[in-house]
Structures are given as C-alpha cells and as structure tokens.
Design a binder for this molecule. Sequence first.
Ligand SMILES: C[S@@+](CC[C@H](N)C(=O)[O-])C[C@H]1O[C@@H](n2cnc3c(N)ncnc32)[C@H](O)[C@@H]1O
Length: 445
Amino acid sequence: MNDELEVTIEKTVFEGRALARHGRYVIFVDGALPGERVRVALTGRKRRYAFARVLELLEASPHRCDPGCGVFGTCGGCSLLNMDYATQLEQKRGFLLEALHAWPEVTAQVAAVLGMDDPYFFRNKMVYSFGGPVDAPVLGMHRRGDFYSCVSAVECRLQSPQAQEIVRRLLEFARTRGLPPFDERRKVGLVRDLTVREGKRTGQRMVMLTATAAHPAFAELPAVLGELATTVLLGISPPLHNAARLERVEVLSGPGLIEEQLNGLTFEVGPTTFFQTNTLQAERMFALLAQWADEIQPRVVLDLYAGTGPIAFHLARAGRRVIAVETHPASVEAARRNQQRNNLPEIEWLAADVEKAPDAVFASAPDLVVLDPPRSGLLPQAAAKIVAAGAPHLFYVSCNPATLARDLPLFLNAGYVVTRLQPMDMFPHSYHVEALLQLRRMPPP
Ligand SMILES: C[S@@+](CC[C@H](N)C(=O)[O-])C[C@H]1O[C@@H](n2cnc3c(N)ncnc32)[C@H](O)[C@@H]1O
C-alpha cells in the first residue's frame, strides 16, 4: 500500500478519529469528517490498521465548520471543533450505539444526546501546562499525541474571557520574572501548571499555580491577578512527582476554596476535589436523575462514587435516606461541609472504596443504587457487591462507553434490564459522551 492514498470517511469513532477503509485495512484519519473524500498520508502503520493525516480535502462535508481556533488540530483538547454541533451530537450517539451493539435491547433505548444551547465557554475548570523556554514560555494544553510539549491556550473557546485573561497574566508573570517552565522529560524547571476553577453560578474564581518549589516571586500573584481571582493558591509538586500529586498547598490569598451552585444547592470546590466540569449540563443531569427518582419514590438510596455529594443532595432533598460512598477523603470532608451549607437531612457518608466498603452498606436494603464510577469503570468486586445489594432500581452514570460496554453485562446477566438510556454532552467539541442509564431488576422467571 502506498504512503499516500485517497479514502472516503465512514464515521467518527470514539477518541474523535475519522475512520476510513482501504480494502480490509482500517485507517484512522485526524481532522476529517464523515462522508468526506480526502487524500491522506500515512503517519503510522500496524498490521490491520494505520494512522493518517489529511493532505488534501477533495470533497468537504456540509457539516464541516470553521473551528475558530488557531491551535485546533495540534492542541490535545478539542477533537471535533471543525464539525457542526448537531453532527457532533449524532456522532456521539453513534459511539454509544457502537460500544453497546452486542445488546440490541439496550441500543433500542439510546435517546438523542442532550446537548447545550450554547456549547462554548462552558468549562468551570481547566488545567494548563507550562512549556517552552524561559524567555518565551507557553501556557496551554499538551500537544496532540505528545505529552512532552504544549500548545498555547491563551485564546480558548472553552474557557470564559476572565479565565483567558488569567492565562495571559500568568504567562506574562512567568516571562517577566524569569521563572523557568518545568521540562517533563528532563525533570528540571520551576512552574508546572496553572489550574483555574470558576463558579459559573457564583462568579467566584480559584487560581492555583503548581510549581516544583517555592519562589519569592509567587507572593506577588494575588496582586498580579487582582479582582480576577477570589482565591489564589500555590501547589508544590516536586520534580519527580506526577504533577497531579501535590506535596502541599499554600493559600496565598482568599479562603482557599470557592463555591458553586447546582440547581440551588451550594457546593464548595477545593483545589483537588472532583466537581463536574460543565455546570449547566451537570444541573440538567442531576435534575433528570432527581426526576427519575421521583417516579420510583425510593426510601433508601445508595450513592456510590459520590464525589462531593451532588447526586446525594439532589435525592436527599426529597426527604430520602441516602448512604454515600466516596474514596477521596478530601471530597468526603467537603461533602459533609456541603451538607451543612445546604441544611439537608442526614446523609451517611463513608470514605471508602466501593469494592472494599463493608457489607453492611450493601445490606441496607436500598430501593435504588446510583453509581457514577470514574472513566476506568467498575472493579468486578464492586459490581458483585452492587448486584448482591439486590436493589430493584439502578441509575448508572457512565462517562466512558468502552468501560460501560465492559461492565454493563455484569448487571444484565444478574437480571437487570435497561429501561432508559439518556446520553448527555458534558464536553462539547471533545469525543467524550456521558450516558445516564436506568435499570430495573426483573423477577426471576
Ligand atoms: C465521575 S466522579 C463522580 C462524582 C459525583 N457523583 C459527581 O457527579 O460529582 C467519580 C468519583 O468516584 C470516586 N472514586 C474513584 N474510584 C473509587 C472507588 N473505587 N470507590 C469509591 N469512589 C471512587 C472519585 O474520587 C470521584 O469522586
């Protein structure tokens, strides 16, 4: 096979790549849309498939649009920004249909993806990495397919104008004070990354600079950011640490956390606690789960992988008993404070891994189990415990079709059937798709 060839794109597949076929060979093309005819150059070959980039667009899709972003294609952030939004939503529904194709009774339930009215500037959190030389630093996302370099995100269509201004000021701050960007490969340098968290409903903003060590210039940060930041933090992550693992966090100004609201409930958001990244869509997701719960009127609910408590609080508002399990101790502490803030009826919190939680939790005769696992999905021991709880209803929130397809049979084989499957778009322009499933346990025949 030649290194250059013409192909027609069949569809977008999970991870945002366009799929084409050449004989029995599958070719994954970056940046092309379904239906397009393209001339491509192969960039990597395996036995049954290859990767390629577009050399020439021979026939463009009517759904192609201007990405409106100078780094689209090289930035590791968005993969679908050149596709109109309605088509993105259709393609995302396709990812779920494809992942679940072995269960036609499940795919029959897959509704249209609930998208956003305005799919820009929606993120309430972004982590930017520093890169480049000390006299011309870059602050942005990892380069597509290259963890060791980054592309500028000074202008990003996912972040608010205020967050973009914070990025500009931090970049200028690092450059003018001569603070060397951390070099991941050589493990040298000072400034690693910048986290901006924003309360879309409260207008509060947290800015955390992560560095390998303290530096006197960091004391200037609150003045550099001024009214843009409600609170400024410094995270210390020594060179040999993974950047996400902070050795300590210092509060440089403000309360050290911000507040965000979801459907009238108030949540504290700390530097490391999990919080849904798309506030508007999270409100719709939790309102929908609350509506589903109202329909079945459970008295006892298990909320597994509970984070800082949004599902527990939405369900406890109606006076239900909720037992919530979450592994991250800081999230559980924040959840307990959130509970006081919202003056909610008692929710029992357990800081534990679901798979290791005491059997008593699962023996509480729940009428409903809600599970919202991380992208890696469920461990088999966790699924076994959930099945053993014998709840008549499950709400399963999945952010990864691949692990959903792996884990769902554990419930189908135990007598549950999927009665609803509502996909939601929590991350417009990326390949991610969230799925909300309602399952009902059928009595044995
Ligand atoms: C997708 S988040 C959902 C959080 C929450 N339901 C929400 O919507 O904000 C998954 C959560 O599971 C937690 N987690 C990950 N592995 C876990 C485990 N084995 N047991 C319990 N919680 C876990 C993470 O810390 C994270 O808070």
